[in-house]
Design a protein around this ligand. Sequence first.
Ligand SMILES: Nc1ncnc2c1ncn2[C@@H]1O[C@H](COP(=O)(O)OP(=O)(O)O[C@H]2O[C@H](CO)[C@@H](O)[C@H](O)[C@H]2O)[C@@H](O)[C@H]1O
Length: 468
Amino acid sequence: MKILHISAECYPIAKVGGLADVVGALPKYQNNDTTLSQVVMPFYDNKFTKEHSFSSVYSSELTLGENIYKFNILKLNSSTLDFDIFFVDVPKLLFKEYVYSYDDTERFLSFQIAVLDWMLTIKEKPSIIHCHDHHTGLVPFMLQESFKYESLNKIPNILTIHNAQYQGWFSHDNVHLIPEFNFDHVGLLDWGGQINPLAAAIKCAWSVTTVSPSYMDELKSAANGLEWLLSDETEKCVGILNGIDTNVWNPEVDTYIIKNYSQKTIQSGRKANKQFLCDNYNLDLEKPLFAFIGRLVGEKGADLLPESFKIALKENNISVFLLGSGHGDTENQLIELKSQFKGSYNAFIGYDEKLSHIIYAGADFLLMPSRVEPCGLNQMYALRYGTIPIVRSIGGLKDTVIDIDNNGFGICHNEVTIEEITKAIKRGADLYKNNTKFKKIRKQIMSIDHSWNASAQEYLNLYNSLNS
Ligand SMILES: Nc1ncnc2c1ncn2[C@@H]1O[C@H](COP(=O)(O)OP(=O)(O)O[C@H]2O[C@H](CO)[C@@H](O)[C@H](O)[C@H]2O)[C@@H](O)[C@H]1O
């Protein structure tokens, strides 16, 4: 079986969030003697593309409305990734320093058209086309409807929804950018009077998956406008829990962290990483350290963090450290707190992969007060590194974290309110005081298996069912 993943992000080439982690890991776990799993993504102007060499495997021109753009399909020369990766280079549109911006419609349409134009020319066609999120959501529609791609329309395709909040909406005025199709079927593109690539993919893909079973259920009542559609298409929908790449996320060999450790050496290993954070960010090694890593957006509950931190820092003898970026207002409030809580609070506003690994290895607790969490990878990374997750029970967080009061290993709360967040932090601070219990739990959580093995097999079973 030959699988082609189509995605806007892939770790370590271009990462904005969890989508990159998934697309950079899943193919590794799918590749075996009988399965070839490959990825195609845009060619961005970034550190990775500057530092690596590529060969051109196909060149042509694509049509986007009235414009014609030259494009190349490139292949990475080194085999460092454990799977084949191809790049769509549209110099005028895709080759930018950013992944997402104001011009996404044209950029990602050119990406999708180039992939399908190229696919028309490949001798050994994929047996499965696996699309990820709305940036690739017009692929199932074009395969089914565009005259040009008729010869590809027997290839089963699936859509994985990593985040239904973002749907890629654009105006019907731009419908001419999509390769010609029977206009009687234009309704397949529409949701609420706009072209909605995510909705089009839900309608046209052969199967739709979400990244956890609970998120699949939740989407039927909260999907940013797509609730009814997802309920209607329920028969082809399934939730498959993400895994984590246990080769990349392994405290025994992680080259980003200050000191490597195993379950046996957890005490000294974690202390060295916490010491680094405390020394560099002026925090107290003796106090329990609560951390947050992520995009500072409403979905993650980030707007409630400044006030929650303020209260929690006043009421408990704790430290707090945050790594993230997002809404300017939230960023400013988080920066302002620094002067008020010198020595017990700090924040790094920005994106820093290395620092994120050190936090997983050095913080005592990881906060995830998400309003929406399709799966969440942070809590699984935290578990693997022995950091106790404090989560709002929703989506994938509900599927992966069990509260200590239910014989579990984490701290869970049901609502996203300042009161519940600060209550959960207090429970963490109390647990930290019970040193024996705290140490037992953090050691125990390191061996919970969230590797991709089981989920990669679930995807293979799904592909097989579509090909039979
Ligand atoms: N400032 C920063 N610096 C360094 N690293 C940072 C960072 N901000 C975030 N990260 C990293 O980005 C990743 C975030 O992954 P998540 O799965 O938690 O969220 P995201 O919402 O992006 O993904 C969406 O897709 C994934 C994958 O399916 C789902 O798990 C998730 O629920 C869904 O919202 C983690 O690897 C985290 O360490």
